[in-house]
Design a protein around this ligand. Structure first.
Ligand code: EPS
Length: 387
């Protein structure tokens, strides 16, 4: 591990914060670079009222001077505007004001019950506040820095929604150039207009029924050199690292590299990507079913990761639960939430993939300042070309 980050903050607390450690000096980064990604995370059809309250803007508290990184820890802060409405309940100060009605009806599928038992809280708000996907604000901010770093080396991380509920995007040929721009134009970040219409209708239906929807998004990273990650140890494998960071995202229940699941049922001859060579490109693969990773290392092809997000656990028409005090059956608690946050999840997925790839890139190339890393990268590319 060459870079790391740590987040803190509650959904209705003062804000969320992230510290990025290990980023090299000399990277140009502006507040607009970060806020561009923050705005993308706020969009998408099916979001709830919270996104009307917030305008997620980052404040840089350390590590950047006049738009250039210093090499010291970078601290990014996002203020929760909604805190004004929650201050009396969420304040860290000791006050006479009651902490609101305790939340004691755990939602199936949420962290409420396991967290309540584990941390011995009788107000499950103490769990949900941190379990909330509000935390992804600063993950996206961290990812924006990683994306800016990768862009300097011609590496682009983009995404689109492949399936939302039962609406499947039939777009089989994905143009990598301008992919994000095309996806960002769609309210559900889908490239297939027929699927988009179906998805929007499904969200309307779910909303009407007090229900929620999830789906699958795909993150594609292009321009990655061969050899990031390593086959030699389990925790150095690039696919394992991508899976871990993506699985750590709220509501994610599955990660697939390339066409991993459909490959599993085919003959090997129909799965493995044959190798070619030409003077200009060097070694390459004729297909990319492996999703750009073989043996835990990037193989020079685009890295394709598919991610399954379950529907949000907060239902307006709640499922059965048990009151933690009375131990009696009762409907689960409901509070404002989203009907579908899948388009936003795809933006968060980009940020997380960017983080892991930047980490693996820095590990391979080393260096504490950008020009040094560029020089090393040129040497590495020469080695690859001459192999
Ligand atoms: C989110 C903020 C939250 C939710 C959502 C994501 O705001 P609030 O709880 O105040 O409505 O909209 O989080 C969840 C759906 C969840 O289950 O945690 C955000 O900023 O992305």
């Amino acid at each position: 591990m060459s870079i790391r980050f740590l987040t803190a903050g509650e959904s209705h607390g003062k804000g969320t914060i992230v510290i990025l450690e290990g980023f090299p000096a000399g990277l140009t980064i502006t507040i607009d670079d970060i806020n561009f990604e923050m705005a993308r995370r706020q969009k998408g059809y099916g979001r709830g009222g919270r996104m009307q309250i917030e305008t997620d803007h980052v404040e840089i508290l350390s590590g950047v001077r006049k738009g250039v990184t210093l090499g010291s820890p970078i601290t990014l802060f996002v203020k929760n505007k909604d805190y004004e409405n929650w201050e009396k309940i969420m304040t860290p100060d000791v006050t006479d004001h009651p902490a609101g009605n305790p939340l004691q009806r755990p939602r199936p599928g949420h962290a409420d019950l396991s967290g309540g038992i584990k941390y011995n809280h009788r107000d499950l708000r103490n769990i949900l506040e941190r379990a909330s996907a509000r935390e992804t604000t600063v993950r996206v901010a961290a990812g924006a820095v990683a994306k800016k770093f990768l862009k300097d080396f011609g590496i682009l991380v983009q995404s689109h929604v492949a399936q939302l509920g039962a609406a499947i995007s039939r777009k089989t040929v994905i143009r990598y150039e301008g992919l994000n721009m095309a996806a960002d134009k769609s309210p559900v970040r889908m490239l297939d207009k027929v699927a988009e219409r179906k998805a929007v209708a499904l969200i309307d239906l779910a909303k009407k029924k007090g229900d929620t929807l999830g789906g699958i998004f795909e993150v594609i990273t292009t321009g990655v050199p061969v050899g990031l990650g390593s086959h030699v140890q389990w925790d150095r494998k690039l696919d394992g690292r991508l899976a871990q960071i993506l699985m750590s995202m709220q509501a994610i229940k599955g990660v697939e590299i390339g066409s991993g699941f459909s490959n599993a049922v085919l003959f090997g001859s129909k799965v493995h990507d044959e190798i070619g060579y030409d003077k200009k490109r060097g070694f390459y693969h004729l297909t990319n079913r492996a999703g750009g990773i073989e043996g835990g290392m990037s193989n020079g092809e685009p890295i394709v990761v598919r991610v399954a997000k379950k529907p949000i656990a907060t239902l307006k028409q709640p499922l059965r639960s048990v009151d933690i005090e009375t131990k009696k059956e009762i409907k689960a608690a409901y509070e404002r939430s989203d009907t579908c946050a899948l388009p936003a999840a795809s933006v968060i997925g980009e940020a997380l993939c960017a983080w892991v790839i930047a980490d693996a890139f820095l590990e391979e190339m080393g260096g504490d300042f950008m020009t040094e890393i560029h020089q090393r990268y040129q040497l590495y590319l020469k080695h690859v070309k001459n192999y």
